[in-house]
Design a protein around this ligand. Structure first.
Ligand code: SF4
Ligand code: SF4
Length: 94
């Protein structure tokens, strides 16, 4: 998928293109291509590209948990740093 397609798809879910906070802050226990043990909290997912877009967008190998993580104004805040801290906080509570 082209960069523009990936961006427009992420926009249609309300997600800020180029944010990627939910691909960095939370831990992901399911296996991700390139990260078979999943991802620890605070670590950048290997599938997050240099534009902070998911390389697996629309790919069946994308973990189901990533599909479920959708835009939530309370969590995503107004910019990336707000999202990062909100997600880290949530992670510490759960
Ligand atoms: S934290 Fe929110 S805005 Fe940022 S990538 Fe995730 S869903 Fe999108
Ligand atoms: S697989 Fe894609 S959506 Fe899931 S954490 Fe990695 S970059 Fe984000």
């Amino acid at each position: 998928m082209s960069q523009a397609d990936a961006e427009s798809q992420q926009v249609s879910t309300g997600c800020r293109p180029g944010c990627g906070a939910c691909c960095i802050a939370p831990s992901i226990s399911s296996s991700i291509p390139g990260m078979p043990e999943g991802k620890p909290a605070g670590m950048r997912c290997v599938q997050l590209d240099e534009h902070n877009l998911c390389r697996l967008f629309g790919d069946p190998r994308r973990p189901a948990v990533c599909e479920q993580f959708s835009y939530d104004p309370a969590l995503c805040g107004n910019h990336r740093e707000e999202a990062l801290s909100a997600i880290i906080e949530l992670e510490q509570l759960t």
